[in-house]
Design a protein around this ligand. Structure first.
Ligand SMILES: Cc1ncc(COP(=O)(O)O)c(C=O)c1O
Length: 419
């Protein structure tokens, strides 16, 4: 461990939550150097929706590497990229009536968001962008400007202008009240400067697992359309089936103008991101936005195979939805037993909120000691977030939920009994 403490920057964070050295992983399990096995309810922060080293993707990747396939390709045409584009068109876009064009920005989620913001400003000739309280979109300056977390914003060291926070959907309000508050807030934001775009997560992930209601999302889509602002869906964490359907906004029946994808799009943890745009908004000049690592071809190969294996039919979506409902019911039982607030979630992303500061962190620590990886979310780290791979086995889900229940009992059990 000492090499990490002596050499790696203080900025490291997940390694502090999980102080061990991981060596191998398969499916929903990781192993450490002491031969200990951990059940993974974190899934690479949503980058491993199909689990660690999914066998079909591994076989395809190994074959590609052994055959000296192109590895680094900038934005050159390659066979691997062509195959990916065809599968994306045929298995994802066309079946959903979408004809969005595809930009390959740099490899991280934040790169997809930077491209989206620049494009929306170029299309509209406007500067200001609306974003939501508790929203998270990345760490580069443009994406950070539309990220709500105060500690992360403070890290910028410079002002983060041309970005206006707006309240997110609030389940404590009835749907109509929440929609009218949204419209009022957007009107107020746009009164200062017309908005180029509004960027939204349909379920806020880092912000504490906050699902927006479909009617609220539809109201947001209508407002942007009526006011000449582009609707940017950041589906970086909630896309690729996390909430059930391939895109998280499908259940609301909306089609955003720009869509950001990353994390699980490559299916293998191989870095890759996409910014999808309606054809009318593809106003880039050649090379106007570029980057060295926009064409990591091994990621295209695993991404193509992932679409073929998991998105040629609706089986994964159906299982995610059914399993997610069971997880939600189990978490509701845990919440009732220990006197917690109601769990929130959709598909296979769930959040369990705690009111005592520090309690969610203690639960994650207790879960780690019992062999379960779980992380906190929310502005005060007040939520335990569950993000298992979508391919997790039923038995693993039950085991993870049992460990979580025991961890909650250890941290808040007595308090709940007294209350
Ligand atoms: C919704 C959302 N957008 C953007 C990002 C940033 O992605 P990356 O960390 O790959 O830059 C994240 C990362 O967690 C995210 O959850």
């Amino acid at each position: 461990m000492s090499v990490f403490a002596s050499m790696e920057s203080e900025v490291r964070s997940y390694s502090r939550a999980w102080p061990t050295v991981f060596t191998t992983a398969h499916g929903a399990e990781l192993h450490d150097e002491h031969g200990r096995t951990y059940l993974d309810f974190f899934a690479g922060a949503g980058a491993l929706n199909y689990g660690h080293n999914p066998p079909e993707l591994k076989a395809t990747l190994l074959e590609y590497l052994t055959g000296d396939g192109i590895t680094h390709g900038l934005d050159m045409h390659t066979a691997a990229k062509g195959a990916f584009l065809e599968r994306l068109r045929d298995l994802v876009l066309l079946p959903r009536g979408m004809d969005h064009r595809v930009q390959f920005p740099g490899p991280g989620g934040t790169n997809a968001v930077e491209a989206a913001l620049k494009l929306a400003r170029k299309v509209t000739g406007r500067r200001a962008v609306g974003y939501f309280e508790r929203g998270f979109h990345g760490m580069t300056l443009g994406a950070l400007a539309v990220t709500a977390n105060a500690a992360k914003r403070a890290g910028a060291g410079v002002p983060l202008p041309h970005a206006v926070p707006v309240p997110f959907d609030d389940p404590a309000l009835d749907a109509e009240q929440s929609v009218s508050r949204l419209v009022r807030s957007l009107e107020a934001a746009a009164a200062d400067a017309p908005l180029a775009a509004v960027v939204v997560e349909t379920v806020q992930g880092e912000g504490g697992v906050n699902p927006a209601r479909p009617a609220w999302l539809r109201a947001l889509a209508s407002w942007t359309r009526e006011h000449g602002a582009l609707l940017v869906a950041d589906d970086i964490q909630m896309g690729c089936g996390r909430t059930g359907p391939f895109f998280s906004f499908e259940t609301a029946g909306i089609v955003p103008d720009i869509i950001c994808l990353s994390k699980s799009i490559s299916g293998y943890g191989t870095p890759m991101a996409l910014t999808l745009m309606r054809p009318a908004y593809d106003v880039w000049r050649p090379g106007e936005h570029n980057g060295t690592f926009r064409g990591y071809n091994p990621a295209f190969v695993t991404a193509t195979r992932a679409l073929e294996v998991f998105w040629s039919d609706s089986a994964l979506q159906a299982r995610t939805t059914a399993l997610g409902e069971r997880v939600g019911r189990a978490l509701a039982r845990t919440a009732r037993r220990h006197g917690l607030g109601a769990p929130r979630g959709r598909g296979l992303v769930w959040g369990l909120p705690f009111d005592r500061p520090g309690a969610a962190r203690e639960v994650c620590d207790a879960a780690f000691r019992a062999g379960l990886l779980l992380e906190t979310a929310g502005p005060g780290d007040e939520v335990v977030k569950l993000l298992p791979p979508l391919t997790v086995a039923d038995g693993q889900v039950e085991r993870g939920l049992a460990i979580l229940d025991e961890a909650v009992a250890a941290v808040v059990g007595e308090r709940a009994l007294v209350a």
